[in-house]
Design a protein around this ligand. Structure first.
Ligand code: WT7
Length: 660
């Protein structure tokens, strides 16, 4: 949002202020409040990571914290064994907290469901028994294509209990996207849902799941379908190997399954994410390192305590939900809130209504949401008592200072610290952010790297850049939550993340997250955004190649180039430049066919903001599309150098076609 917007909502005092200190009241109660933690981690690295591992219950203690012998294939706590479901469920039941609420779920229509840790224990066991009965064995990948229903975390934990890695596919993704991911993971089991509500209407999710199943190349052994819609459902008959969740659970009432002993390095789950190529990347996370890391960061950064009610408004279909709705909070024995619907249904105060209703202590959301709240105005949060809030967080994209300050004032009432957390699907958990009980906050800058995280901003040669200069973010030392590889593709793992700045001959490995950044004199890092062909639309990561291939799949399309243009609320929006085959015209029908092609190929989140038909794309003499130029055109910016173009005339023609 450009500066100047919503000025009436922030006094000059706040607009001017550049640094903020956490309130004393917060510091006094914080899980971590001593700045010596940074030195402690450094002095005793990597042994300092036992702090994270000590937050878990291990079945067998590990003898070595980090095995660096085969970089970048690092191993953490390698000879230790544990079970993630035991850590997130059983141990709280055993410790006398069986009646504490684990999950508070609220449906879009206001229905609620409450699961105590004992309830969770019962259902996770029963579903684990169900999965076994369906034939799922240890190390089989189970795909979970589910919206925000409590059965999703239950299924995740049931998988973890029997050592079957889950692969959650975001419910908003298309049938094609589901098929691609099931094929890639060779996954023979699917758990899905009949449908869910969006802005009052039931959506037919099972139709999409069934269509996806048709695209799976191998046999599918079983599908389990949760009945969310009841009488509002679409009346699908379940086919041969499709089963109703409730029926299966009835058959397994009272069953108990011992949590299997998993090696720390055993896969906990796979999560597909977008990269530069058209093929999504299957990021592999492990049982010990990932769980230790998400538990530790939930403790140190989110400041979660067992008695807290905590709400992360993300979808579990993304890594944020895995790490900070399910694994981190439940491992700490906290109450985690899940909400099915959108923030503006039935009205634009829905989230604040939920915060008030459950007296939420800690709230974690995305800058894109905050920009929307700002646009809607402060009258909506004002309707509610938000005084239960103690800490606020953001994730997913850079937050501009104005949105930060609006959040600080209108949601936090200037009494809650804000953590702006930089991390990625691949990092497993938060990497760069202030510790809320320790550090000064600087709106717009995520903060220093967390203790034990060796993040630097470097130039193309790998040398650290001066304060204030733009460079590339890198991470030199490994950390427990890091991805271990890309599923069945070690080579691509090395290529994607460890090529740029490493020196393999010297056995020196540097992780490259593909983000631009700058650093200030205090070591605070400001993230400038992706430097690869990946877009960040409303905090969601989308590969331009994936969108392009969906567009090129539409009849009549010859070539497409997709770039991100600035967007007030979404951060970035998809701009598609399209060349049609001879005999086709850039009509409204064609535009709709292209949008439909993208929705079918990926999902509505990738829907182009604008489709611009053009007879040619600006190309260099060597034939490369000049994407920078296409971005400048999308943003209505002054154009940079066009002298290297083979077809400079096309630029003005395209400029005239972009709607402003
Ligand atoms: C990309 C990772 C981390 C879970 C959600 C997204 C961007 C993430 C921030 C932040 C600026 C951020 C980066 C990163 N990003 N957090 N606090 N400030 N940018 O996970 O889909 O893997 O996307 O999101 O560009 O590389 P993801």
């Amino acid at each position: 949002m450009p500066d100047g917007d919503g000025d009436g909502e922030l006094e000059a005092r706040l607009v001017e202020q550049e640094t903020f200190e956490p309130p004393e009241e917060f510091v006094e109660q914080a899980n971590v409040s001593d700045e010596s933690i940074y030195e402690e981690f450094e002095a005793d690295w990597p042994r300092s990571w036992t702090r994270a591992a000590d937050l878990l219950d291990w079945e067998t203690e590990y003898s070595q914290v980090l095995d660096e012998s085969n970089g970048p294939f690092y191993e953490w706590f390698a000879d230790g064994t544990l079970n993630a479901s035991y850590n997130c469920v059983d141990r709280h039941v055993e410790n006398g907290d069986k009646n504490r609420v684990a999950i508070k779920w609220e449906g879009e229509h206001g229905e609620t469901r409450t699961y105590t840790y004992q309830d969770l224990y019962r259902e996770v066991n029963e579903f684990a028994a169900t999965l076994r009965d369906l034939g799922v064995e240890e190390d089989d990948v189970v795909t979970l294509y589910m919206p925000m229903v409590p059965e999703l975390p239950i299924a995740m934990l049931a998988c973890a209990r029997i050592g079957a890695p889950h692969s959650v596919v975001f419910a908003g993704f298309s049938a094609d996207a589901l098929a691609t991911r099931m094929n890639s993971a060779d996954s023979r089991y699917l758990v899905t849902c009949d449908g869910y509500y969006r802005r009052g209407d039931p959506l037919d999710h099972l139709a999409k799941a069934n269509e996806g199943l048709e695209g799976v190349d191998h046999g599918v052994d079983a599908t389990v379908v949760v009945d969310r819609l009841g009488d509002d459902g679409f009346g699908h008959d379940l086919k041969g190997n499709q089963h109703d969740w409730d029926d299966l659970l009835d058959d397994h009432q009272g069953d108990r399954i011992d949590p299997v002993e998993r090696d720390a390095e055993d896969m906990l789950f796979l999560m597909y994410t977008s990269g530069t190529t058209g093929e999504p990347k299957g990021v592999k996370h492990t049982t010990g390192g990932y769980l230790a890391y998400t538990t530790w960061t939930s403790h140190a950064v989110l400041d979660l305590k067992p008695e807290d009610t905590y709400w992360c408004s993300a979808d579990i279909g993304w890594i944020t939900g895995h790490s900070y709705i399910v694994y981190g909070p439940l491992s700490l024995g906290t109450t985690t809130v899940m909400y099915e619907g959108t923030p503006d249904y039935p009205e634009r105060d829905r989230l604040w209504e939920i915060v008030e209703k459950y007296a939420v202590d800690v709230f974690y959301t995305a800058p894109t949401a905050i920009r929307a709240f700002m646009k809607w105005g402060s009258a909506y949060p004002k309707r509610h008592d938000l005084s239960s809030l103690r800490l606020l967080g953001t994730v997913g994209e850079p937050i501009n200072p104005r949105a930060w300050k609006w959040y600080y004032k209108h949601i936090g009432d200037e009494a809650c610290p804000i953590v702006d957390t930089w991390w990625q699907t691949e990092t497993g958990g938060m990497m760069v952010t202030t510790l809320p009980g320790v550090g000064t906050m600087k709106p717009g800058s995520a903060g220093p790297p967390l203790p034990g995280i060796d993040a630097k901003v470097v130039d193309t040669a790998g040398e650290e850049v001066e304060a204030g200069r733009a460079g590339y973010l890198t991470v030199e030392k490994p950390w427990p939550g890091m991805l271990r590889t890309l599923y069945q593709n070690d080579e691509r793992f090395v290529q994607e993340y460890w090529q740029e700045y490493s020196d393999p001959d010297a056995d020196e490995w540097v992780y490259f997250p593909e983000d631009g950044a700058k650093i200030d004199d205090d070591g605070y890092i400001t993230i400038l955004g992706r430097v690869d062909d990946v877009l960040n639309v409303s905090g969601h990561r989308l590969g331009t190649m994936e969108i392009e291939s969906a567009i090129v799949g539409v009849e009549g399309v010859a070539e497409a180039a997709v770039v991100g243009g600035e967007h007030e609320v979404k951060g970035e929006a998809v701009y598609a430049y399209v060349i049609l085959e001879d005999g086709y015209e850039g009509t409204e029908e064609m535009r709709e066919a292209i949008i439909e092609g993208v929705e079918d190929g990926i999902g509505p989140i990738a829907r182009p903001e604008q489709v611009i038909f053009t007879p040619e794309l600006p190309k260099t003499r060597s034939g490369k599309i000049m994407r920078r130029l296409l971005e400048e055109i999308a943003n209505g910016e002054e154009l940079g150098d066009t002298t290297t173009l083979r077809n400079p005339d096309i630029v003005t023609e395209i400029q005239g076609k972009v709607q402003r």
